[in-house]
Design a protein around this ligand. Structure first.
Ligand code: APR
Length: 236
């Protein structure tokens, strides 16, 4: 199967990738739904919704600070670096990510579409003004009096429309679509591989486990991102 993936990538001109928390797992960043996933120990509705923030901005801010600390110590891993190498080979390459850790950009990828925002960006919950101040332990306040929140998309919030439109567009043009490290249960991200498939792409999933997307993909490589991606990209 690895040979088939390499062959398809060699023949392709347009490659699109969708990543989830699994690609950052080997950098030491917890996933959401795995064995030791964040949603096993925390309730998303208490931390990752506008209502949760309204109810207790300090608690939510602290939880994101805790996640930022983990991410700050994390380094891009060989899977992230393999995608940097892959991008160089195609005039048409897009990396769509559900991750907010910024590791794809730190690794060196250029065409990154962040569907769920970025944990390093912050803005005022009331007036929307970007916040460039210090990330303090105490939730900061905006001049308007509003609380500062992390620039990530919470459950129940719309995704950035321009990013989603672009992600939809490029998925429909992909010849090969790689789905890496996502459980495929959160919409609309999880629809992108199907959009690609509907438009004729060959879709391959890279994941140690079966996912909601497994029945739909053309190929599934069972293994971790760090085990498989350098192998796939090796050999030019
Ligand atoms: N390599 C590849 N895949 C891995 C690895 C690894 N080393 N470790 C775990 N995985 C896989 C798991 O098998 C699982 O299928 O990564 C996937 C992680 O799934 P989730 O934890 O659900 O993360 P994700 O799919 O990115 O979640 C989507 O849900 O909570 C929201 O906004 C959040 O962006 C997130 C979205």
């Amino acid at each position: 199967m690895m040979e088939e993936v390499r062959k398809r990538l060699k023949e392709a001109k347009k490659v699109v990738v969708l990543t989830g928390a699994g690609i950052s797992q080997e950098s030491g960043i917890p996933t959401f739904r795995g064995r030791d996933g964040l949603w096993k120990n925390y309730k998303p509705e208490e931390l990752a919704t506008p209502e949760a923030f309204r109810r207790n901005p300090q608690l939510v801010w602290e939880w994101y600070n805790w996640r930022r600390e983990i991410i700050r110590k994390a380094e891009p891993n060989p899977a992230h670096l393999a995608l940097v190498e892959l991008e160089k080979r195609y005039p048409f390459f897009y990396l769509i990510t559900q991750n907010v850790d910024g590791l794809h950009q730190r690794a060196g990828n250029k065409n990154v579409l962040e569907l769920h925002g970025n944990i390093w960006r912050n803005f005022c919950f009331e007036c929307g003004k970007e916040y460039r101040g210090e990330i303090t332990p105490q939730v900061p306040r905006c001049e308007c009096g509003g609380y500062i929140r992390p620039g990530v998309v919470w459950f129940g919030e719309p995704l950035p429309a321009d990013v989603l439109r672009k992600a939809w567009e490029v998925s429909a043009q992909a010849e090969v679509f790689l789905v890496i490290g996502t459980s495929g249960v959160v919409q609309p991200a999880a629809s992108l591989p199907l959009v690609a498939k509907e438009h004729g792409a060959w879709v391959v999933e890279i994941n140690p486990q079966e996912t909601a997307l497994t029945p739909w993909v053309d190929a599934s490589l069972r293994g971790t991102a760090c085990q498989l991606l350098p192998e796939i990209v090796k050999g030019g």
